[in-house]
Design a protein around this ligand. Structure first.
Ligand SMILES: CC(C)(COP(=O)(O)OP(=O)(O)OC[C@H]1O[C@@H](n2cnc3c(N)ncnc32)[C@H](O)[C@@H]1OP(=O)(O)O)[C@@H](O)C(=O)NCCC(=O)NCCS
Length: 344
């Protein structure tokens, strides 16, 4: 499996091939920035199938006009060899922790096999960049939920929330990395990514599509900032359906669909369902486990459509004609029906 991460808040990205057959193999290429100078780091890590213990780690770093390498070997007697020299301070450590990548967090996450609510400590052979020094680093992992761990460095007190997928691969590392999709093209060729140039056409159509004024719910910034998670369908060069959604910056395991609309002349052809399916598939690959949306209680077509697609209705504070309603959800007098779709 190929995994792509982007660094949050500073330059850097990575592609890593993760092999879970017969032990864990991590082969990654990272671009980063150390002291304002660009760096490229290639690494390869291998861990035992049975024990999950790291056996080898090799790093090559190009930085500041030089190429440097690091080789770690962990032998059957628990000794660690750093560039072929025995390093007694690392003896009997089980994991390697390469500071440039979230890939190596998967080593203790898989090896410890914690139950939800449990904590485990480990001391890793910690490789710091760009110095390529290796020192022991005591750390604790606490599994808060099936897909969530709190990582703590016991020496510094540094803590971060990690969201992981079913293989223990980091989806989001608080303040540091976010996993992104390698190939964002949706499977359905008629469904294309939304782009800022579609704003005027779509904003000019939605009042007619909805049969009431809704254009003020659309803003140009949404087409600019949510375009990598939104879609449009064109027929004869004109947009006939669109979905505007995004992955929550605050809750990376959650996505939200702000608007989905189909031209009345093109309804009943599964465009609405296909747009949702394209969105589900895309955000699922980014670590999202649930998708939320709201609609107006008077929009019975939308409620029926969302239920047909597989959304469930969130309990509200009152029932109106058998539908749970959230009174004043979007301001005084602006009631909503809330939906959730569980991707797992
Ligand atoms: C709601 C809307 C998006 C549905 O789009 P669509 O492309 O016609 O829907 P689909 O063809 O994909 O239908 C998917 C399923 O929903 C059901 N459905 C769609 N519209 C429905 C309606 N008015 N009443 C009951 N069921 C409906 C379909 O029967 C279908 O179910 P099935 O696959 O089990 O047969 C479209 O009517 C629309 O754009 N309405 C105005 C905008 C709106 O309200 N958007 C939603 C809130 S943001």
């Amino acid at each position: 499996m190929d995994v792509f991460w982007k660094r949050l808040g500073e330059p850097g990205q990575e592609v890593c091939t993760i092999d879970t057959q017969g032990g864990l193999g991590l082969t990654g290429m990272v671009t980063a920035d150390f002291d304002g100078q660009p760096a490229a780091v290639a690494y390869r890590v291998a861990a035992d199938a049975a024990s999950g213990v790291t056996r080898t780690a090799d790093v090559t770093m190009q930085w500041a006009g030089a190429v440097r390498t690091l080789s770690l070997r962990h032998d059957d007697d628990g000794r660690w060899w750093v560039n072929a020299r025995h390093e007694p301070t690392l003896d009997n450590l089980e994991d390697v922790d390469l500071g440039v990548t979230p890939a190596t967090n998967t080593l203790p996450i898989r090896r410890l096999g914690l139950a939800v609510g449990a904590s485990g400590t480990t001391t890793a052979a910690w490789v710091r960049f760009p110095a390529l020094t290796v020192t022991p680093l005591a750390q604790r992992y606490t599994r808060q939920a099936g897909d969530r761990y709190v990582y703590e460095s016991l020496a510094s007190g540094y803590r971060a929330l990690l969201t992981v997928d079913a293989d223990g691969v980091v989806q989001h590392y608080e303040g540091a990395w976010r996993r992104v999709l390698l190939a964002p093209a949706p499977r359905d060729p008629a469904i294309q990514p939304l782009s800022p140039r579609h704003f005027d056409e779509i904003a000019g159509s939605v009042d007619r599509w909805w049969g009431r004024p809704v254009a003020d719910l659309l803003h140009r910034f949404m087409f600019r900032h949510f375009c990598d998670t939104s879609f449009v369908v064109h027929v004869d060069g004109r947009p006939v359906a669109f979905l505007l959604g995004f992955v929550s910056p605050a809750h990376p395991d959650e996505a939200y669909v702000h608007m989905l609309g189909v031209d009345p002349a093109h309804r009943g052809q599964q465009w609405g369902r296909r747009l949702y399916e394209a969105f589900f598939s895309l955000v699922h690959q980014r670590g999202v486990v649930r998708v939320r949306a709201v609609t107006s209680p008077i929009n019975r077509a939308s409620i029926a459509f969302h239920q047909a697609v597989g959304f469930t209705l969130e309990p509200g504070d009152r029932m109106v004609d058998g539908i749970p309603v959230h009174t004043g959800h979007d301001g005084p007098g602006v009631d909503r029906v809330a939906f959730v779709y569980h991707l797992d």
